[in-house]
Design a protein around this ligand. Sequence first.
Ligand SMILES: NC(=O)c1ccc[n+]([C@@H]2O[C@H](COP(=O)([O-])OP(=O)(O)OC[C@H]3O[C@@H](n4cnc5c(N)ncnc54)[C@H](OP(=O)(O)O)[C@@H]3O)[C@@H](O)[C@H]2O)c1
Length: 320
Amino acid sequence: MKAIINTKYGTPEVLELKDVEKPIPKQNEILIRIKATAVNSGDVRLRKADPFAVRLFFGLFKPKTTILGSVFSGEIEAIGSGVKQFKIGDEVFGHTDMSFGTYAEYKCFPENGSIALKPTTILHQDAAVIPFGGVTALHFLKKASIQPGQEVLIFGASGAVGSAAVQLAKHFGAIVTGVCSTANVALVKSLGADKVIDYTKEDFTKNGEMYDLIFDSVNKMSVSDSLDSLKIYGTLILSAAGLFETLQGTWISMTNSKKIKVMTGIINHKADDIHFLKTLTESGELKPVIDKTYSLEQMVEAHTYVEKGHKKGNVAIEIN
Ligand SMILES: NC(=O)c1ccc[n+]([C@@H]2O[C@H](COP(=O)([O-])OP(=O)(O)OC[C@H]3O[C@@H](n4cnc5c(N)ncnc54)[C@H](OP(=O)(O)O)[C@@H]3O)[C@@H](O)[C@H]2O)c1
């Protein structure tokens, strides 16, 4: 099968199209013919080993994971003898969690992985971009026990996580303000945000508005300045926090006089979340946002674009 292989850390050019052996499903596994995947910000971090801590988990000198990609949409081509939930021909989508390997024509998954039947209303490339931002936003909004009527601000509202967070917060009944640059104001409004702040023209920490929940999805805002915009008992989600912001968040949670809770950490992956996102997609409440679509052969170009940090929603990869 065709796959994008990376045997060293580095620039997008380390990604090479090669022929590798097609996997065979074990007893409890399904073999998926991948029709689409996506290039996410997380793939770029792994490719570059940035931050350095990536090397502690994924290989000190060279990557142990030689096929990147964590999301997919495709069709089941074969199943192991013990598989009960799926059958050959089912169209499915999902997230690989830490096993990666979706920059390829085929991948085997355990049937109890983060997989669900693909939403019937959309194409494979649309389905493939839902799990990365969708599961991340859902994980943190549920952890924060988001409530109807709450005032919620999403910072980085035009990214993969942010665009899902805006739509999910609306689904949960919140009053949503999205923060993005001028070029993305119309997009964020179209996702249902009640108000959009253009960060090139206005600093939300200085406009006097107060929120129950502030969700920074891109690690680009000032954490300390944002505290003044949170109500008493408010929640601050730092889904893209690095080591510094994680420590800063722990300190704020322990010492802040407004009893603000700060949430950071790595998300976990569950099939239930993928099922939930499928349902919302089919009801039209969650729309996949795709900026650009590339082929597997154009992976270097796709990574170069995503690394710039200004994609609108997601970058999809179609695999023929
Ligand atoms: N905790 C976890 O387990 C977990 C899971 C998934 C992802 N993450 C992390 O989440 C982060 C975000 O992921 P993502 O894929 O959503 O990012 P992304 O799609 O690459 O974010 C792109 C968006 O960021 C916005 N942006 C760039 N600079 C900005 C600035 N200075 N101020 C405000 N917005 C700015 C851009 O909007 P403009 O062009 O308008 O500036 C663009 O739309 C990554 O660091 C990833 O590692 C964490």
